[in-house]
Each structure stands twice: as structure tokens, then as C-alpha cells.
Design a binder for this molecule. Structure first.
Ligand SMILES: [Zn+2]
Length: 137
């Protein structure tokens, strides 16, 4: 089992989502990917599916500072929505984790910072976003 398999274990029940996350992970800068792979406190989990509540894809980072754990939780719907949008959301969550939900350089707002870093990695927010279906937080 590779380190990536190990990191993505929690997504095995949702192979389509696992593939999307692996795609993003593989395109991250090496030092970012290595940082995640070698941090035992970093995990990726699938959000529990609740019928009728499957319409949110953005998850807040658990914990106020992310010092001990900076896990991310992804919604199963990310397997089904538009590919570019899913990649953007996944990269955005990786960016939060990498920044420990904080600023990126001059960009103080954690949401703007995560969007900017995600775009820097090659996953900008798509022009067409299903904001009517997905709630951002
Ligand atoms: Zn965010």
C-alpha cells in the first residue's frame, strides 16, 4: 500500500471521489503533498451521508487552529458534481489544511487565502459554480 493509498483509505467506499482527490493530490507541489503524506494528524474522511442533506460540499476545518489535527472531510456529492468544481473544492480544502486555516502571505481572510492558493496550484474557482446547490462555509 502506498502512502497515497493509505491517506485515501477513508474514501475507498466512494471510488469516484477517491479518484478526484487523488488527481488533485498528484498535481499539488511536491513539498505540499509530502507535508500531507508525512503528517500523521492529516486525514481525509468522507462525510457521513445523510439522505436529504447531501447538498453541501464545503466543510469547515475542525478545530480553531488545526495545530494537532488538520483533517479534511469531503462530501460524497463531490463525486457527482462538475469535475472542475469538485477539483476546485478539493484543492480549496487542501489549501485550508496546508495553511492551517490561516492566511496566505498578504491574504488574511482564510477563505480568500484558500481560494488564492488553490488557484495557484492550478485549481481556480470555475466561472460556473453551482452556488444554488452548494452552500459555502
Ligand atoms: Zn473554505
Amino acid at each position: 500500500m502506498t502512502e497515497i493509498d493509505d491517506l485515501l483509505k477513508g474514501l475507498e467506499v466512494c471510488p469516484d471521489l477517491r479518484a478526484r482527490v487523488e488527481h488533485v493530490l498528484n498535481l499539488l507541489p511536491t513539498e505540499v503533498r509530502e507535508d500531507f503524506l508525512h503528517d500523521p494528524g492529516f486525514t481525509i474522511a468522507l462525510d457521513n451521508y445523510v439522505p436529504g442533506q447531501g447538498s453541501t460540499v464545503f466543510m469547515a476545518m475542525p478545530g480553531p487552529t488545526g495545530d494537532s489535527s488538520r483533517s479534511i472531510v469531503l462530501k460524497p456529492l463531490l463525486a457527482d458534481c462538475n469535475k472542475d468544481f469538485a477539483w476546485y473544492v478539493i484543492a480549496h480544502e487542501f489549501a485550508h489544511a496546508f495553511l492551517r486555516n490561516g492566511a496566505w502571505g498578504e491574504i488574511a481572510d482564510p477563505e480568500d487565502a484558500a481560494n488564492a492558493l488553490g488557484a495557484h496550484w492550478g485549481f481556480p474557482r470555475p466561472k460556473e459554480t453551482p452556488w444554488s446547490r452548494f452552500r459555502r462555509r
